[in-house]
Ligand binder design. Structure first.
Ligand SMILES: N[C@@H](CCC(=O)N[C@@H](CS)C(=O)NCC(=O)O)C(=O)O
Length: 219
């Protein structure tokens, strides 16, 4: 039985896992979380009441959290692109950068999006400013970090880049990287040119009208 990914193409954390699957041509089935298959969402939430996706179901067991799903795939379905280095020090750096992208790029980016879909009288201007400040700080740190690197950590494309690609993709839509952080902007372009991510971006294209802050006419 192939693993089953409960997923939506426009979700950044689902794209993070899709990149890993595409990098290694891993065979899997999808349960698309959308109006066409309401059972899929019901199944997800009955197993995982926090209602976050992606979730991978394999051998009758659920695996949650995009980073852990990628670690799981690395262990159970290894392929030609090792997304976690064998060397323990290099692996630690990969995991450190993975946390960086989730916590300091994706989380404030989601805050901006979630704020935009709230009723107007429940919006959180203070929280939005905090999120923008966090993104500026994170872009600034990453700009220095990426000055002499092609990929985020280790010697090659890794889990850290799986996390970076969708988080920088959407963060730039919500809080533009602009010309201020040239190394971050160049890295984002390299990620967009990576075939695994380009495929995920293309699959998500039909859903761009749902981006609450308005998707820019690019990428
Ligand atoms: N920490 C989770 C975050 C997953 C997450 O936030 N997923 C979003 C989609 S990108 C979601 O489930 N949104 C549904 C909701 O907020 O109700 C992970 O790494 O997988």
């Amino acid at each position: 039985m192939r693993p089953i990914l409960y997923s939506h193409p426009f979700s950044s954390y689902c794209q993070k896992v899709l990149i890993a699957l595409y990098e290694n041509d891993t065979e899997f089935d999808t349960r698309m979380l959308g109006p066409d298959d309401p059972h899929a969402y019901r199944e997800l939430t009955s197993i995982w009441p926090v209602k976050r996706f992606p979730m991978l179901m394999d051998q009758g067991k659920p695996v949650f959290e995009a980073s852990i799903i990628i670690e799981y795939l690395h262990l159970k379905y290894p392929g030609p692109v090792p997304l976690i280095p064998v060397d323990m020090d290099a692996a630690l750096e990969v995991r450190m950068l993975d946390r960086f992208f989730d916590n300091y790029i994706s989380t404030p980016q989601q805050k901006l999006v979630f704020n935009a879909i709230r009723p107007e009288d429940s919006r959180d201007a203070y929280g939005v400013q905090e999120a923008r400040d966090m993104l500026d700080a994170a872009y600034g740190w990453l700009d220095g970090w990426m000055a002499s690197r092609e990929w985020a950590a280790g010697d090659g494309f890794s889990l850290a880049d799986c996390a970076a690609a969708p988080s920088l993709f959407y963060a730039d839509w919500s809080h533009p990287i602009g010309d201020r952080f040239a190394n971050v902007a160049a890295y984002r372009q390299r990620l967009l040119a990576r075939p695994s991510f380009a495929r995920a971006v293309d699959e998500a294209r039909p859903y761009r009208t749902f981006f609450p802050l308005g998707a820019p006419d690019r990428d």
